[in-house]
Structures are given as C-alpha cells and as structure tokens.
Design a protein around this ligand. Structure first.
Ligand code: ZN
Ligand code: ZN
Length: 360
C-alpha cells in the first residue's frame, strides 16, 4: 500500500519522458542519438525502478524460497483447516481401541488370566491410559506461549517480519498460527496447536505414553492376533469352521487393534526417540537446523560451535521436565502434573552456567 504513490509518480515520470523522447525522435529522425541529458534522465529512472526491488541479500536460496512461497501458503492453509479433522481422528482411533479393550479383551482377561496378570493389565493399562488422555488434553488446550506485543524491556535477537514485534531468543514465527511462538518446536497438526515453551512437555509426554500404550497393546496382544489371523485364514478351508458372528467380529477387531497399535508404536516411537535426542541436546526441532548450519559455518573458520542452551544431558532433562527435587521424578514425571515449565520462555540462561542448575 505504501508503494502506490511512489509507483504512480514513477509511472507519470516514465510516461512524460517517453512522450518527450518520441517527440524528439520525430523531429530528429529515429536513428538520432538521445542527447546526454535524456540519457541521464533515462538512467536515473531505471535506477529508481530497480531500487524498488533491489536486495543485496538476494541469492539462489532467497529466489527458491520466493518461488516456493505459494506452496508453503497452500500447505499452511490446508494444515489450519484440517487441524480439527486430525484431532477428531486421534480421538476416534483411540476410542475404537478402548472399545475393543473394554468390550472384547477385559472380560476375557478377567475370566482366563491369573490374579497377578489381571492386576498388571488393569493397573498398567489404566495408568497408561490416564497419562495419554491427560497429556493430550493439556497439549491441545495449553497455549505454547507468545512474546509480548507491547513495548517492553525483554531482550530480543531480531524482529519478526510478519508480526512486526521483537523476537526473544528461541522464538520463531508459525505461519499456520500466524503468530510468534516462544521456544517454538513445530506446529503439530495432530494437536491442532503449536508446540512451544508452555506445552512442549505435554507434547513429548503424550508421544511417549502413546508409544508405550501402543507397544503394550502390540506385545500383549501378539498371541491373540496370531490366533485371530489363523482363525480368519481357516475360513477358506473346506469345510469352513463354524464361527458365530460374535467370534468373527472379535477376530477382526483383534487384527485391527494389533495392526493399528503396532504401526503407531513403530512410527510414533521413532518420532519420540528423535525428540528425546533433541531434548538431551537442549535444542528444539527448529534449532537443530540452525545449530547444524552454525556448526558448519564455524567449522569452515576452524571454530567449534557450542549450543548456548545445552546445559548438559541430565540438566536438560531436569529443565525440560521441571524436576527440582528427587520426589518430582514420581509426582511430575510418572504421574499427571500440570506444573509450569522452567523459566518464562522470554529470557534464557546461557551456557556456561553453574554446573548443576537443578541439583537432584
Ligand atoms: Zn511473528
Ligand atoms: Zn502454529
């Protein structure tokens, strides 16, 4: 919008110059050279026009980013629109597994298993279920944290080109949320929310406990799956075995449950391990790319890059989980806990700090 008056002015000047050149050529013949003053004005006009789009930082990366911008925009819009659909999908798939577990498996466990195995399945299964539901709900409902939009004294490292506000350290802009997010990790479509400073722990714990829950279903249901699979295969024999409708539904449900939980356990397990590695290094998914580039850039100069937010492996976990004393490993890690994360997400302790920042 600011360019409109400038552009109109340039257009008028260009039209006036063009008319003047045409008049001059008509009176002197087309092959005549322009006088020096006209050449100067023409060159001046060209410089003015080029100054509108000149950028000293232009490189192949910038050009590629500009060309890819429409694709990013489409992906952002689709992710924003399909966010609620992904959340519904998680709820529906999890509910379907719970339905099979309570209607199909629990009566069988209670009637055929020994008391210790019944206690284990009921105890572990419900603890795992509570941890999944709690962390998923909190990850969705907790805002990731946003930098202040009014003037403040918080130190910042850059200014967001889209929000036009100062960005504190570790803050990044999310194109889907259209906002700057404190210690942004990534935008998660399965949560329909950004993963940032205030909900990073909930996101990771949800991934961890869902992986554990799926692995538990997959391992403990393996024999049931094999039985159900051979029962379905045997229906192609002649004569086919006589299964009731209830038996057939049970076999299909077991196969559905085993395939789904095994697939999620492997796929989400990989993601969880990757995030665990990042947390151990004291970096987010975005910072991983930044730190890799910085490491390469420093290596070309013969220097070693040190991540300023890496406080040591154990300290990184204590900071991430909010473990400030020994009992917190139980009350804040193994039980549902809504405690706030360490720090305000605006300012960060920079390495080196005192050796054991949260002695436990
Ligand atoms: Zn922003
Ligand atoms: Zn986002």
């Amino acid at each position: 919008m600011h360019l409109c008056p400038t552009f109109l002015l340039l257009l008028l000047r260009w039209v006036r110059l063009h008319l003047w050149v045409r008049r001059w050529r008509c009176s002197n013949g087309n092959n005549s050279r322009l006088p020096t003053c006209a050449q100067r004005r023409w060159a001046y006009l060209r410089v003015m026009v080029r100054s509108l789009y000149y950028n000293s930082l232009t490189s192949s990366d910038v050009i590629m980013d500009s060309l890819m911008e429409p694709i990013f925009w489409v992906v952002d819009v689709l992710t924003r629109w399909f966010g609620p659909v992904f959340v519904c999908l998680v709820v529906v798939l999890t509910s379907s597994i719970l339905l099979i577990a309570y209607v199909g498996l629990l009566p069988m466990v209670l009637s055929t298993y020994s008391p210790p195995w019944i206690a284990w399945h009921i105890g572990y299964g419900h603890w795992n279920l509570v941890m999944i539901i709690f962390h998923y709900y909190k990850a969705i409902r907790t805002a990731p944290g946003y930098p202040p939009k009014v003037k403040n004294e918080v130190p910042f490292v850059s200014v967001c080109k889209k929000c036009i506000i100062p960005k504190p350290a570790r803050t990044h802009h999310c194109g889907i949320c259209n906002a700057c997010v404190l210690k942004m990790d990534h935008h998660c479509p399965w949560l329909n929310n950004c993963v940032g400073h205030f909900n990073h722990r909930y996101f990771f714990c949800f991934c961890l406990f869902l992986t554990l829950g799926c692995a538990y279903c997959s391992i403990s249901g393996r024999n049931l799956f094999l039985d159900a699979y051979s029962a379905i295969e045997s229906t192609y024999q002649t004569p086919p075995p006589t299964y009731t409708f209830r038996d057939k539904m049970f076999h299909k449900s077991i196969i559905y449950m085993w395939v789904l939980t095994s697939t999620v356990a492997v796929a989400l397990g990989g993601l969880t391990i990757w995030h665990a590695v990042l947390i151990s290094r004291g970096e987010t998914s975005i910072e991983r790319h930044i730190n890799n580039k910085e490491t390469e850039r420093n290596a070309t100069r013969g220097k070693v890059y040190k991540n300023p937010f890496n406080y040591g492996r154990l300290n990184n976990w204590k900071v991430f989980l909010g473990v400030e004393k020994r009992s917190h490993w139980l009350t804040r890690v193994l039980l549902p806990s809504g405690h706030a994360p360490y720090g305000n997400g605006l300012t960060w302790d920079i390495y080196p700090i005192r050796k054991d920042m949260m002695p436990v």
